[in-house]
Write a protein that binds this ligand. Structure first.
Ligand code: DGL
Length: 272
């Protein structure tokens, strides 16, 4: 079978989506591209994010994927139209997927500065629920610290306290992890939030949308071999690629994937 599901992100974050795709659809081989030569995306201009997204999606398409999952909220927020135009296969976005599942009246969004500034989450949630009070907070410090391997350190904790304060003040009942790196911080964020506040990972909703697409492609139906959390995921059929250093990505990915993966360095036209 060809590499069925293409996913991309600027770095480690999209692995939180890949992990869920694997857990739900272990018979659909994935191709993951971490554009680590250009991480973080969230501090880049709209034009840069759109042209990078176009280039990455063209590369994934050339490898023969059957469906694309936007495993990066920043690209999803600013370049979904670009991805749809370039992909030539069905595209699943995180933002629309999760917006249609939210029932809370007061919603907080933690996202990269570019995603927060775009207002994409607010628009998507209001399209489903016009009454929802949505507050988006840009969290510029998170991705660089996560890429360096930090998950609970004092700098990260201090930043998290600052980013959560306006959302707690807002009375958020649900906080969306609006960057795929942030599920890696869920244990820290959980410690800092009142118990009644729900943390929402949009990847769960996106994975639900992917199921019917994979069924259409003739893959084995979902739900046959669910993995239990914490179990190493079956990576044998997955191709993991990065535009930066493969060795450091493999080491950094191991604590999330539960195993040290094989990682390949690839050259996109302008990522050098
Ligand atoms: N993980 C990505 C996202 O979901 C990109 C983070 C970044 O590179 O700034 O937004």
């Amino acid at each position: 079978m060809s590499l069925r599901v293409g996913l991309f992100d600027s770095g480690l974050g999209g692995l939180t989506v890949l992990r869920l795709v694997h857990a739900h659809y272990p018979h659909s081989p994935c191709l993951y591209l971490g554009d680590t030569a250009r991480v973080p995306y969230g501090e880049r201009s709209v034009d840069e994010i759109r042209s990078i997204s176009a280039e990455v999606v063209r590369w994934l398409k050339a490898q023969g994927i059957g469906a694309l999952v936007m495993a990066c909220n920043t690209s999803n927020a600013l370049a979904l139209d670009v991805a749809v135009a370039e992909a030539g296969v069905p595209v699943v976005g995180l933002i629309d997927s999760v917006a249609s599942t939210l029932t809370a009246k007061r919603v907080g969004i933690l996202a990269t500065p570019a995603t927060a500034a775009s207002g994409a989450y607010r628009r998507a949630i209001h399209a489903c629920n016009p009454e929802a009070a949505v507050l988006e907070v840009g969290c510029g410090a998170f991705v660089p610290l996560i890429e360096r391997g930090d998950r609970q350190g004092p700098e990260l904790r201090q930043a998290a306290i600052g980013y959560l304060a306006p959302l707690i003040e807002h009375g958020a009942e649900a906080i969306v992890l609006g960057c795929t790196h942030y599920p890696l911080l869920a244990p820290l964020l959980r410690q800092l939030l009142p118990d009644h506040v729900q943390l929402v990972d949009p990847a769960l909703a996106a994975v639900d949308r992917l199921g019917p697409l994979l069924a259409n492609l003739g893959d084995i139906p979902e739900g046959e071999l669910h993995q239990t959390p914490g179990e190493p995921i079956p990576l044998a059929q997955t191709r993991l690629c990065v535009t930066g250093c493969a060795i450091s990505f493999a080491a950094a990915a191991a604590d999330w994937l539960g195993t040290v993966p094989q990682v390949e360095q690839v050259q996109l036209r302008s990522s050098a």
